[in-house]
Design a binder for this molecule. Structure first.
Ligand code: NAD
Ligand code: UD1
Length: 339
């Protein structure tokens, strides 16, 4: 298949590009580099041994998308391109609705014009909001609590309406839980600008000495050790979920939703403890107050993806830490060489 990856040089897009190319698909990347580095595409080529085209462009540029879809005879699109910082979405909601919602509409218009009607969309567990029961299955009520989450829900709804209007579309909405880790080569990984908001990249920067200590946001939750519990999923397992979804769409019209997680809740202290064991040193940390908007526990019921897609997350927290450390070492060497 010829597959276009919007946001293909980002964290999840780059790992999925490697996996799809390794599986024999022809991959084309499309990115405006607003949150990624131009050297990622060369590193994807280095890992895969393929010369993967990378088109520089914005998904709000419908014309360029139509041209790209025709030029590379695209059969299916995976739509990763989007902004994802929760705090920024609260401060600048218009930027988020424009980029994530208007950007998706532009992409869908281009796909319609080019008669490409297969799409996998990067949604998020954040669409569920505060859990009414656990684990979260796909039927759980939806109530995102910030503009970022609402952009994801709106795009899900647009895609569902599109399928109702034209049943020849094939759509998979993938609700990711907490993607972490990196490709085993250590050449690609999560590369946040500035101070990270999320736990794993923050821990990695404390470990490398870039940040002095980790703040643990609350140790008085009703959880196994008082700290927040999440469903961390290795980014290569997540990438595999995209391949499984594309395979499923080959034989299925319509729109299906799938949670992609491990189904296993892991606490902040458990994650940090594993990281310390793997790296062989202590991560300086202190207990801080709870972060506003945080949930105590969030994890997936993955049975639908397991049974329908025959997809299972295979990697554990140890693998997530090992690969993350390899990437952090390479990333530090890149930064060193830039100085
Ligand atoms: P990322 O920021 O690393 O990658 C997104 C990529 O999209 C970047 O390379 C960025 O430059 C590009 N991009 C953004 N806006 C664009 C535009 N208008 N036109 C073209 N390119 C554009 O993020 P990621 O972690 O790889 O996330 C990928 C997708 O998955 C996002 O839609 C995100 O909301 C969603 N998601 C991520 C997580 C997570 O924790 N990483 C969790 C749930 C859902
Ligand atoms: C955050 C976002 C969520 C988004 C998800 C993407 C918020 C409120 N939520 O969720 O919308 O979909 O990222 O992966 O921003 N923690 C610390 N110290 C830190 C950072 C985090 O203790 O420096 C704790 C948090 O309190 C939480 C756990 O680590 O218990 C995971 O946090 P994080 O990685 O930010 O993910 P989410 O909270 O799931």
């Amino acid at each position: 298949m010829n597959i276009l990856l919007t946001g293909g040089t980002g964290y999840i897009g780059s790992h999925t590009a490697v996996l799809l190319a390794d599986a024999g698909h022809t991959v084309v990347l499309f990115d405006n580099f607003c949150n990624s580095n131009k050297t990622v595409s060369a590193r994807i080529n280095q890992i895969t041994g393929h010369d993967i085209p990378c088109v520089e462009g914005d998904v709000r540029d419908t014309k360029l998308l139509v041209k790209t879809l025709h030029e590379f005879q695209i059969d299916a699109v995976i739509h990763f391109a989007g902004l994802k910082a929760v705090g920024e979405s609260v401060r600048e909601p218009l930027k988020y609705f424009d980029n994530n919602v208007a950007g998706s509409i532009s992409l869908l218009e281009a796909m319609q014009k080019a008669s490409v009607k297969t799409i996998v969309f990067s949604s998020s567990a954040t669409v569920y909001g505060k859990p009414q029961y656990l684990p979260l299955d796909e039927a759980h009520p939806l109530n995102p609590i910030n503009p970022y989450g609402r952009t994801k829900l709106q795009v899900e709804e647009i895609l569902q309406d599109l399928v109702k209007s034209d049943p020849s579309w094939r759509v998979a909405l993938l609700r990711y839980f907490n993607p972490v880790g990196a490709h085993d080569s250590g050449l690609i990984g999560e590369d946040p600008n500035g101070i990270p908001n999320n736990l794993m990249p923050y821990v990695m920067q404390v470990a490398s000495g870039k940040l002095p200590h980790l703040n643990i946001f609350g140790n008085d939750y009703d959880t196994k050790d008082g700290t927040g519990e999440r469903d961390y999923i290795h980014v290569m397992d997540l990438a595999q979920g995209h391949l499984a979804a594309l395979n499923y769409l080959q034989d299925h019209l319509g729109c299906e939703i799938f949670n992609l997680g491990t189904g296993i809740p892991v606490s902040v202290l458990e994650l940090v403890g594993t990281y310390e064991k793997v790296i062989g040193k202590k991560i300086p940390s202190q207990i801080a107050s709870r972060r506003e908007g945080d949930l105590a526990v969030c994890y997936a019921d993955t049975s639908k993806a397991n049974h329908t897609l025959n997809w299972y997350a295979l990697k554990d927290v140890h693998d997530m830490c090992t690969s993350g450390i390899r990437w952090q070492t390479f990333r530090s060497s890149l930064e060193g060489s830039r100085e």
